[in-house]
Design a protein around this ligand. Structure first.
Ligand code: DON
Length: 570
């Protein structure tokens, strides 16, 4: 049900020597680099899923770029060095807090193609065919990442050519892959063979191993087209021809107009207060965190969480029930507001949230059969995360995705990039779970041009009105609960950023009615929770959370232990 581990290998030292090939940007050797989990510094920091991408971003900061410049360069580098999730064929969201106090919320989520229909993944008998919504080009939404990057550029300082060049160099000259990356490529060989019409570079006769060099010439060429022609280098001309060619050779339905008409949207950030000192800034719909995070934080705000303590039975019970209540609403009410009237104000109002909390019984586990979504009055009608903070005081939080690991599995022939399988984030049929087990209904049904509901929750927390935390993670439906837990761990349990990132996480999403826990989640707490009536299911890693914390000018950036995530700064 959940996305299998992507890059689960822990830290390693890559030692292969090609010292003559150093990428354009100074001081980065793509054939020899180390993973760094934490950095403390005062000027600026970048944390992302890959050491080379974090280094690219940090160098941009050192060269005078701001957080937006660094975020763009990091995102583009991730599209090369982290093909499972970093992307130009997917989409995502950005939250930023600019030094001048302006909040930005940028939506570059994929859209359903014009030819999509509500029941396009149902067979003649009305059964859901999730293999079609999850694999190959029929599962692809119209990509938004490149449109998003050019919106971000409006707030950047340096020329785009400078920001994209490190990615071009990494694609053209190659970089050394880690054990985790080799393993993921090997595990996906059959997937690539099945869903490609032209053999992609990821398919190899002998297994990939740590230290191999991955060169992506086609991708380098596509990136050069974008460097020289801007967003049109992707949505029109040669790249558009290659995308449409791939659609025609397979069963895809994205057409030229879909590409040409794609627009990233600047939305109004969701901003709410938590306790006395904190202001939380997060992404609105179609990112579900914009409703669920305020709901969950408001539900716990007046509860004695810090007295309960981290990983105490009472705390896990309370947070689980809060997650259950919110995810039940997600299934019924949340979707793209441009297509479906979502009662956001009502769902996040204090009175509604307090009413919902009446269903919470501190002494026993709730039950998703009895606890459904709330009543709204009739009149209301694969992924990766990066954080940047710069010396000017700008903070950026971006989550971007192909949906599943390596997205649809299809590399656009001769263009060298993977295209997403984001259509599965729609509710393909009411009640049928998507690949993360999430169910939905009319609010999140497929319609041409509609954006599929997302769990991505890029978030920035201000303390006394100054940037304090920059947070986010991949992990499908676990994203919102991981961000929730990370905020609670740091704010309520007074934990270090490092512990908040790395200590075991848990997750409840209403349906299925169980608490998912990571392997290192304490047995004694599991036993107590089972006695209260909970079903506990152990699963692979939950997310790969990145955090930057800023206190009195001191920056601490932490990359998750669960992958090759790296923090850089100066
Ligand atoms: O937007 C969403 O909610 C999903 N497409 C995110 C997928 C994801 O996080 C995969 N990574 N582990």
């Amino acid at each position: 049900m959940f996305l299998k581990n992507v890059f689960s290998a822990s830290s390693l030292l890559l030692v292969l020597f090609f010292p003559s090939l150093i990428i354009a940007q100074s001081k980065i050797n793509p054939y020899q680099y180390t993973i760094q989990k934490k950095i403390e510094c005062t000027n600026g920091a970048v944390v992302s899923a890959h050491p080379l991408a974090s280094k690219v971003g940090a160098n941009i900061l050192k060269e005078g770029g701001n957080a937006l410049d660094a975020a763009i360069a990091t995102q583009l580098a991730l599209a090369v060095v982290y093909p499972a999730a970093g992307n130009i064929g997917g989409g995502g969201f950005m939250i930023a807090r600019l030094a001048n106090g302006k909040n930005l919320a940028l939506d570059f989520r994929e859209k359903a193609p014009a030819k999509s229909t509500r029941d396009m993944y149902l067979d003649a008998k009305g059964n859901a065919q999730t293999d079609l919504s999850q694999n190959g080009t029929l599962s692809s939404g119209v990509p938004g990442t490149i449109a998003g990057l050019f919106e971000e550029l409006k707030y950047a300082k340096l020329p785009f050519k400078k920001l994209i060049q490190p990615a071009i160099d990494l694609a053209e000259k190659g970089f050394t892959i880690s054990a985790g990356e080799a393993n993921d490529l090997n595990e996906n060989q059959d997937f690539f063979k099945k869903y490609n019409t032209l053999t992609p570079i990821f398919v190899k006769a002998t297994p990939w191993k740590a230290g191999d060099t991955l060169i992506q010439k086609d991708l380098a060429k596509t990136l050069m087209l974008i460097r020289d022609n801007g967003a049109n280098g992707f949505y029109e001309g040669e790249t558009a021809d290659l995308i449409i060619g791939e659609m025609k050779r397979s069963n895809g339905i994205i057409n030229y107009d879909d590409l040409k008409n794609y627009k990233a949207i600047e939305r109004e950030a969701v901003v709410f207060n938590y306790k006395m000192d904190y202001t939380i800034i997060t992404m609105p719909l179609p990112a579900s965190g914009g409703v669920l995070l305020p709901q969950m934080m408001k539900m716990i705000e007046d509860q004695p969480l810090s007295t309960y303590g981290f990983e105490s039975v009472n705390a896990v019970h309370l947070m689980t029930e809060v997650e259950r209540l919110s995810y039940a609403d997600r299934a019924k009410y949340l979707g793209d507001r441009d297509f479906f009237k979502v009662p956001v104000k009502f769902l996040t109002s204090t009175s509604y949230v307090f009413e919902r909390m009446k269903l919470y019984d501190p002494s026993k586990a709730g039950n998703s059969k009895d606890i459904g979504s709330g009543n709204v009055p009739a009149e209301h009608e694969e992924t990766t995360h990066l954080d940047v903070y710069d010396k000017y005081g700008n903070a950026v939080s971006i989550t971007t995705t192909l949906n599943g690991g390596y997205g649809s599995g299809t590399v656009i022939g001769k263009a060298g990039f993977l295209i997403n399988n984001e259509m599965d984030d729609f509710s393909v049929k009411p009640g049928v779970p998507n690949m993360y087990g999430a169910v939905g209904g009319e609010a999140n049904s497929i319609a041409p041009g509609k954006r599929m509901l997302s769990s991505m929750t890029p978030t920035i927390v201000l303390k006394n009105n100054k940037p304090y935390l920059v947070v986010g993670t991949p992990g499908g439906t676990t994203i919102t609960t991981s961000v929730f837990q990370t905020l609670v761990d740091i704010i309520d349990f007074d934990m270090s950023a490092e512990d908040a990132v790395n200590k075991p996480k848990f997750h409840h999403q209403w349906l299925p009615d169980e608490i998912f826990v990571e392997k290192d989640f304490p047995m004694s707490v599991r036993t107590e929770l089972e006695k209260m009536g909970y079903k506990i299911t152990e699963r692979e890693q939950i997310g790969r959370t990145e955090v930057i914390k800023i206190v009195n000018g001191k920056i601490t950036a932490v990359g998750d232990k669960r992958g090759d995530d790296t923090a850089e700064g100066y």
